[in-house]
Design a protein around this ligand. Sequence first.
Ligand code: IPM
Ligand code: MG
Length: 362
Amino acid sequence: MKIAILPGDGIGTEIVAEAVKVLNVLDLQFETETALVGGAAYEAHGHPLPESTLKLAKEADAILFGAVGDWKYDKLDRPLRPEQAILGLRKNLGLFANFRPAICYEQLVGASSLKPELIAGLDILIIRELTGDIYFGQPRGRRTAVDGHFPGAEEAFDTMRYSRPEVERIAHVAFQAARKRSKRVTSVDKANVLETFQFWKDIMIEVGQQYPDVELDHMYVDNAAMQLVKAPKKFDVVVTGNMFGDILSDEAAMLTGSIGMLPSASLNSSNQGLYEPSHGSAPDIAGKGIANPLATILSAAMMLRFSLNQAEAADRIESAVQSVLAAGLRTVDIYSEGTTKVSTREMGDAVVAAMTKTTIKG
Ligand code: IPM
Ligand code: MG
């Protein structure tokens, strides 16, 4: 098994280091190789996704990714911005299925901006299509761009587009995921305005006929955004396009009060996957040693389960995370009175310690 480690920018390096520490405790045979990506790769090689990094990612069974981006790159021409690295990885590896669970951890109910009764026990799975939609529509309106901006331009445009196979395959992913949960799928669209999403909705209904045991409903994206804060527990599996999924997954993650806790997986059709925290590179707190490494540690667990076929090892990491939370350890983002504030490294060490204890107990 080969794991590509791509820490990226900002807090990426700090949190990925903790996840690697956790992986190394496991008694598993795997090889890791680290490479630069995002702004860090741009600084060193003049490109956010150098050929060597892409090659490593392609060869690996799985990729553990930190985060990319920094405001200081806002003046770069768009193809050179750090974000293009993650988009390039998704496209080049065909990582079309993005799983973003939004789970409210019992110990963190108080950290949400919503009333506890609205989110206690929340467990939503957002499945975001990741390689189509307006993110990858052609042509993009960059004819008149100068350094990624449009001084004096009269127009700019992006095109929204989905093909039938793209929608069909993400529909299957959603229905199959729902079969392992409460057998309900909500497809989020904007069929009342956009052709692309009427097409999306039609295909969801068609594919849904192959899953008579799964209940399918449809919701417009604006309503979904509202329902997510009004009654989030009504949702189970949510499937949506790239753009709406980007927005709704941030919303869903934050209403759990613990965006620093949420992992994500992006898979292709051969189960090769990229695993990353749901949060970004947080340049404002980078280098301070205060970032929460748990989302990345839990992403490593997801990686073991989905791409490396090591469910037991994944369980071990997840229960270690539960036990450090139960012991009251908190990084600053999830801190509340009566708990113990710890640094990024202390949190990683605590997870390692909890895992080591599990082994001794047998
Ligand atoms: C995400 C991020 C990315 C996206 C950016 C960094 C390109 O916001 O993974 O949600 O828009 O998909
Ligand atoms: Mg996003």
